[in-house]
Design a protein around this ligand. Structure first.
Ligand SMILES: C[S@@+](CC[C@H](N)C(=O)[O-])C[C@H]1O[C@@H](n2cnc3c(N)ncnc32)[C@H](O)[C@@H]1O
Length: 310
């Protein structure tokens, strides 16, 4: 599946400027609605058709859903939508400025009911804090769900930030636009809960991604040590780095290190290249796989350099 051939697909990791210059992407200064977990994309497309004078950005982790939606956007010739395959919680925090989003919509997210998965819930306080930062004053967060405790947990998380005022908490709202899951749950006779809250106060958050390209220069490489880093796991604060494999090229002075890293629960995998440069070696991110430059990604480059330097 090749989603990058579609005009409305955004390869988020390749942007040098962070937060992303959304006005430049859309070529105008119109207000932005973000939908997280758009699934089949019907809702996102319908909103974009209804409001041609607004911009829409959708994030979805399923590649199949992203491609389906990109095809639909082309068929409908909608120019006010961009989509990306990404964890919406992470990119909403990292790629949008404070007070820059008019509306954030989440329809029927998985509630992750098991305790061991609770870190993945949108009801975590850091997501509420992200909303309180990126939404503009009077901007609206909208959540539809079939799980009452989840909706209530979300209200608690929003309240914790002291940045929101509840507009409505409606059971079985009469929504003119219905999502695929909404139709499914209604057909099964489930109740639907709609929560809408308005931002009334800004909340300061910390972002972790920067445009900085991490690299380290070495005089020599200790190849014995380089091959021994395979399988190692390094951990510091919220950062974890796992070295999955080390590959050497045929002329013997270029190596690729397959690396997994996580910042909290945000995981990425990518290659780090060790290559001859001038009279020494350079350790840097390989351009074939471009991760977000998070603290763990930067640390993995410097940590490998430290391990293999002579
Ligand atoms: C239950 S489906 C709902 C789909 C659609 N909103 C609807 O109502 O029909 C949840 C969707 O969220 C996506 N998803 C889960 N976690 C996500 C995340 N962190 N960021 C973006 N999308 C996510 C899943 O791939 C799935 O398509």
């Amino acid at each position: 599946m090749n989603v990058s051939k579609y005009k409305r697909y955004l390869h988020l990791q390749s942007f040098e400027k962070i937060p992303i210059p959304w006005d430049e992407i859309f070529g105008n200064h119109r207000k932005i609605t973000v939908e997280i977990g758009f699934g089949s994309g019907e809702y996102l497309c319908a909103l974009a058709q209804m409001f041609p004078d607004k911009n829409f950005v959708g994030f979805e982790t399923s590649l199949t859903s992203v491609e389906k939606t990109l095809r639909r956007l082309e068929e409908l010739a909608l120019s006010n939508v961009r989509v990306a395959r990404a964890d919406g919680r992470f990119v909403l925090r990292e790629l949008f400025d404070d007070n820059s989003v008019e509306r954030v919509v989440v329809n029927f997210p998985c509630p992750w009911p098991k305790k061991r998965h609770s870190k993945r819930r949108l009801t975590r306080e850091d997501f509420a804090e992200t909303l309180a930062a990126v939404l503009e004053q009077e901007g609206v967060f909208e959540l539809a769900t079939d799980v009452e405790w989840f909706a209530r947990e979300m209200i608690d998380a929003l309240n914790e930030t002291l940045s929101f005022s509840l507009i409505e908490f409606t059971v079985n709202p009469d929504r003119p636009l219905k999502t695929r899951y909404e139709r499914k749950w209604l057909a099964q006779g489930r109740e639907i809960y709609l929560l809408r809250a308005k931002k009334i106060r800004n909340f300061a958050i910390e972002r972790t991604v920067t445009g900085e390209l991490p690299h380290a220069k070495l005089k020599r490489v200790n190849t014995d040590k380089l091959f021994k880093i395979k399988g190692q796991i390094w951990q510091e604060d919220e950062k974890v780095v796992v070295i999955k494999d080390v590959y050497q090229n045929l002329d013997l002075d270029n190596w690729l290190v397959l690396t997994y890293s996580s910042d909290g629960d945000f995981q990425q995998h990518y290659y780090i290249l060790i290559t001859r440069k001038d009279d020494g070696f350079l350790v840097k991110l390989d351009s074939t796989t471009v991760p977000f430059r998070t603290p763990a990604v930067k640390w993995s480059v410097y940590r490998i350099a430290e391990e293999i330097s002579v």
